[in-house]
Design a protein around this ligand. Structure first.
Ligand code: FAD
Length: 475
């Protein structure tokens, strides 16, 4: 065990996405040394994967207060408030400059994947003096080495991007799916069809699997590719019987750009550009290297053919490396116990979760917190801005400032991005990024799921993309 007093050890932040970097900024602001461990080759590696997607939340809701403080000292030009950036712009104009500040750059280790979190000399069953024993964080690095770090607290901000829901039924991978993902036959979610990943799709047949807006995003991109390359063929597999719910509000949508894209998707389906396989589940992938995919339509076996399959079936948290940590999770959505019922998409179609902090995010394990996208478990409605309030409070709790930890400081406007009653998602297609006025929650044009205006709550649409499987949505 280290000889250093616990308070002299750093606090580990797992992941350097928007919320992990914000946590690090709050730690610095409180005079606590952060150690940010990032699996990817660059900070915000997950956002970089979906860099071609336009955000639905404008700049003014994407920047953390403590991060703004660090950046202000560097002469950074804050991006304009109402513009909707792409993921790539979020990195270029905010996350990269933040990661390069003098306070953070040496604190971030990239290519460093956390593979286990435990307590020094104690497994999960060791109770005596547990809270005063340093955490042991084990990493596997891209050069093949491993390392152990001893730290005073752990903030897990590792997101869910790397653990998509399986395509198969019952929340399980279909036979052959693991191999199909490994070979690239099943791609990553939200590929950049008209950009970086174009050659995988150009002139080929692609099946998009899923019934939410991630699926819609990819289908529209494939249709754009097909305009230039007519041999490109597009299939859409979804469990529900009618794709209409994915079209959203169309001309009634609170976000006109999103409504227009819903209408475009409908047109592509009705004109036969997109070949729809409704009421269909995938039951197996060929391991013989051919393009046959076993499926069931209305319970009857069918065979589908494709060169590529794009999964758009949502995400779930990776809890494997937390096996030695005492967690208290909601049994349904796998979010921290108190938070789960507030975000369960079965009951909260608009994601109107009250701001929350260390108290709601705590676990039986002292000084251990899951924050950010991962804190929402399988629920799809997470907002960066909510994450920034989470880490402000969590860092205050780690610093021993319980008064600040309990204070709610999130002041969100009485606006929201609500779906129609069709359901939607935080990655609803926004088309070419630009400036969009958010509708007022509860306003007639705000969409069917919005209740009356709720101050300090931003309504974010739910869907199936980030966690809840399409199967659950179809039930
Ligand atoms: C397509 C898309 C669009 C979205 N649009 C919006 C939007 O407009 N507005 C909004 O508020 N929210 C949006 N979100 C939701 C959410 O705010 C983002 O996903 C945001 O990036 C979450 O931040 P995070 O820091 O929690 O996680 P992430 O950004 O996912 O970052 C997690 C980091 O942890 C790293 N990591 C993972 N596992 C490990 C490990 N074991 N060890 C070390 N590092 C690890 C990853 O490489 C990654 O860099 C969107 C999400 C998606 C997918």
């Amino acid at each position: 065990m280290t000889d250093k007093p616990l308070a002299d050890l750093p606090v580990v932040v797992i992941g350097s996405g928007p919320v992990g970097l914000a946590a690090a900024a709050h730690l610095v602001t409180r005079g606590i040394r952060p150690l940010v461990l990032e699996a990817g080759p660059t900070p915000a590696a997950a956002v970089a994967e979906w860099g071609h997607i336009g955000l639905f939340s404008p700049w003014k809701y994407n920047i953390d207060e403590a991060a703004r403080g660090l950046l202000a000292a560097t002469g950074w030009q804050e991006p304009v408030g109402d513009h909707l950036p792409t993921g790539a712009e979020l990195i270029r104009d905010y996350l990269k400059p933040l990661a390069e500040t003098a306070e953070l750059r040496d604190a971030i280790l990239t290519n460093t994947r956390v593979v286990a979190v435990s307590r020094v000399g104690k497994d999960r069953t060791g109770t005596s003096q547990r809270g005063s024993t340093p955490f042991l964080v084990r990493t596997q690095n891209s050069d093949g080495t491993t390392a152990d770090f001893q730290v005073r607290a752990v903030i897990d901000a590792s997101g869910t991007w790397e653990s998509p829901n399986p395509i198969g039924q019952s929340g399980l991978a279909a036979p052959g799916e693991v191999e199909a993902r490994r070979s690239g036959f099943v791609t990553s979610p939200l590929p950049d069809v008209v950009g970086r990943d174009r050659e995988k799709f150009d002139g080929r047949k692609t099946l998009v699997v899923g019934g939410g807006h991630s699926a819609a995003n990819t289908l529209l991109a494939l249709a754009e590719l097909r305009e230039e390359s007519p041999d490109t063929r597009i299939g859409w597999v979804l469990r529900r019987a009618d794709p209409a719910s994915v079209y959203g509000g169309e001309d009634k949508d609170g976000l006109p750009a999103r409504g227009a894209l819903g209408a475009r998707l409908r047109h592509l389906v009705e004109t036969g550009v997109i070949d729809v396989h409704a009421s269909t589940t995938i039951t197996g992938f060929s391991t013989g290297g051919d393009d046959a995919i076993a499926a069931e339509t209305d319970g009857e076996p069918v065979t589908l053919h494709a060169d590529r399959v794009v999964p758009a079936t949502g995400f779930r948290p990776d809890l494997g490396f937390l096996r030695e940590i005492r967690l208290d999770l909601d049994p349904i959505v796998e979010a921290p116990q108190q938070l789960g019922p507030l975000i369960d998409p079965e009951y909260h179609s608009c994601g109107t979760v009250p701001p929350h902090g260390a108290r709601a995010l705590g676990h039986p394990e002292p000084n251990f917190y899951i924050v950010g996208m991962k804190s929402y478990g399988r629920a799809p409605t997470f907002l960066m801005y909510t994450g920034y309030e989470q880490v402000r409070s969590v860092v205050a709790a780690i610093a021993g400032d319980h008064e600040a930890a309990d204070r709610v400081e999130l002041v969100l406007p009485e606006t929201g991005v609500c779906s129609t009653d069709a359901g939607s998602s935080c990655d609803a297609p926004t088309g070419k990024p630009g400036s969009v006025d958010l509708p007022t929650a509860g306003a007639p044009d705000a969409g069917g799921c919005c209740g009356p205006a709720e101050p300090v709550v931003v309504g974010i649409p739910t869907g199936v993309e980030h966690g809840r499987s399409e199967e659950a949505a179809a039930d």
